[in-house]
Design a protein around this ligand. Structure first.
Ligand SMILES: Cc1cc2nc3c(=O)[nH]c(=O)nc-3n(C[C@H](O)[C@H](O)[C@H](O)COP(=O)(O)OP(=O)(O)OC[C@H]3O[C@@H](n4cnc5c(N)ncnc54)[C@H](O)[C@@H]3O)c2cc1C
Length: 489
């Protein structure tokens, strides 16, 4: 979808009569909007959420449900893991960068235990069971998993590893339809409703309304073709998601994501970013993307991932999203998975992933030379890679890329190769610059009065890298702060 319509603000003096009024007006009823609404209402504000779709949920309700939390949450403790805000912060600063926002990460890690407790108080259920298999998601409703490569090179040496992917318990989850994120959203929305939050669906925020002194004091929305003016006595919270489905913005900022949007919804059209930019708001990390590689880690970890020069480029036991980012950003999306029959059989037996993530080998050959030739790789390149890998694998070592010895084993023919070329998709991580209190910041660094934002409309804790749960995590965490700041404005 391309950008349409004006993004220029509307002057308050041109409004005449307001159709609706609330203390805090929230644009978007996904995770950041729900968290903002609950917190603003808790502060005693009258809250109105305007949601473009026919119901609450956004991308969050479809999500797998990972919420990146740590520092010693009750769930981590119940599963037998020690963690500290310092270890969590050291990991995030290394894994979310370069350019990770130290102030945001520090606030996030310091507040993580309390944020988990708040989610539980809101009724979000977590099953105290750890899932230790390589996977994109747990097989069933387990509550805790490594979700960022914390226990793999190089992060296992940077910070004490701890699993921090917290998952709401949901039976029969179907990520992409009604995922674990649904069991995050449902209790949050129910909590908001109990606190008196009102919502209007099929109502798309299209413009910000600004007083003469620059304060944002409302929005203009559209519902079934009708213009609706909504006054915000205290503040407006933008929580309407990323720019993943805005082709113009992708072309300008994150062109590698063009034609491969994933883990987002079409309503993520970047409007919030553009509305605030029109008021002078700053933006950050607009080129950063979450990138999923469409293959079950049970297979990736047992093989070697190579580029179109037959070379390995990453330890295959790391977070699969890191493999996806490296493939898309650094290997031009030209990658293959090479594994032997034993590895393939082991992975098939261990895998709990849907079939779509269990890609079959496109080529199977007796020797590495034959396989390389079939794959169209430069003669000798894959053979050299396998010779080095296997030589060290005899001793359970991977001195080149440091895959953990548990997963290192010589690969013996017959060999198969899965074609991973182009098998990535993702969503944009960049957005509005905000303070740790979720105020939208002008390019001069000062807050724009009356305007707050959270979720993927903002640049959050992930600046280039990513860990599963960083979006529902920072969306809910800084969404609460947006609601609180708006209510107190
Ligand atoms: C299949 C899938 C799996 C995922 N798995 C995970 C995971 O496990 N962990 C994780 O952290 N993230 C995951 N994500 C990503 C995560 O869901 C999103 O990044 C996150 O929900 C962003 O939060 P948000 O509040 O910014 O946006 P959303 O939750 O999408 O909410 C934005 C809302 O704003 C509405 N909206 C848009 N424009 C307007 C407008 N102009 N006016 C009014 N309303 C508007 C949208 O309709 C939407 O309801 C996944 C996403 C998908 C789709």
């Amino acid at each position: 979808m391309s950008a349409t319509g004006t993004v220029r603000p509307c002057a308050a003096r041109d409004i005449g009569t307001w159709d609706l009024t609330a203390d805090v007006v929230v644009a978007g009823y996904g995770v950041a909007g729900a968290a903002a609404a609950v917190e603003a209402a808790t502060e005693g504000a009258e809250v109105l959420v305007l949601e473009r779709a026919g119901g609450w949920g956004g991308a969050a309700a479809l999500a797998g449900g990972f919420i990146y939390l740590g520092g010693g949450t009750a769930l981590q403790k119940a599963c037998g893991f020690d963690d500290s805000p310092e270890a969590m912060s050291a990991f995030l600063m290394a894994a979310m960068g370069p350019g990770a926002d130290a102030a945001k990460i520090s606030a996030y890690c310091e507040g993580s235990v309390a944020h988990f407790d708040w989610l539980v108080e809101c009724g979000v259920p977590f099953k105290p069971v750890f899932y230790g298999e390589p996977a994109w998601e747990p097989a069933a409703d387990e509550g805790l998993m490594y979700s960022g490569g914390e226990n793999a090179h190089p992060f296992d040496e940077i910070a004490q590893p701890a699993p921090r992917g917290h998952l709401p318990q949901m039976s029969d989850k179907r990520t992409g339809e009604r995922g674990g994120g649904y069991m995050l959203m449902k209790p949050l929305v129910e909590t908001a409703e109990r606190l008196g939050v009102k919502a209007r669906y099929d109502t798309r925020v299209e413009q910000l309304v600004v007083e003469q002194d620059g304060r944002v004091c409302g929005v203009v929305a559209r519902t079934y073709g009708q213009r609706v003016t909504v006054r915000a006595r205290r503040g407006v919270v933008l929580a309407s998601g990323s720019f993943t489905y805005n082709e113009d913005m992708l072309a300008a900022h994150a062109p590698l994501l063009l034609d491969r949007p994933g883990s987002a919804v079409e309503e993520h059209d970047g409007l919030a970013v553009r509305l605030a930019q029109a008021l002078g708001a700053g933006i950050a990390h607009m080129d950063a993307c979450e990138v999923a590689i469409h293959m079950d880690p049970q297979y990736l970890i047992r093989g070697i991932v190579v580029n179109d020069r037959g070379q390995r480029f990453i330890n295959e036991d790391t977070y699969p999203g890191r493999i996806g980012q490296a493939a898309l950003y650094k290997q031009e999306n030209q990658t293959f998975l090479v594994l032997d029959e034993e590895g393939f059989e082991q992975a098939r037996k261990a895998s709990a992933a849907p079939e779509i993530l269990q890609l079959q080998p496109k080529w199977v050959c007796e020797s590495a030379a034959e396989l390389a030739s079939e794959m169209g790789l430069p003669p000798g390149a894959l053979e050299a890679t396998l010779e080095v890998y296997n030589r060290h694998a005899e001793g359970g070592q991977d001195p080149l890329l440091h895959k953990a010895s548990r997963w290192v084993r010589p690969l013996r023919g017959p060999l198969g190769a899965v074609d991973l070329r182009g098998m990535t998709s993702g969503f944009a991580l960049g957005g509005l610059t905000t303070s740790t209190d979720s105020e939208v910041l002008h390019v001069n660094g000062e807050p724009i009065p009356g305007l707050f934002a959270a979720g993927r409309a903002t640049a959050g804790i992930a600046a280039w890298g990513y860990a599963s749960g960083a979006s529902l995590g920072d969306g809910s965490f800084f969404g609460r702060r947006a609601g609180r700041s708006a209510a107190r404005a």
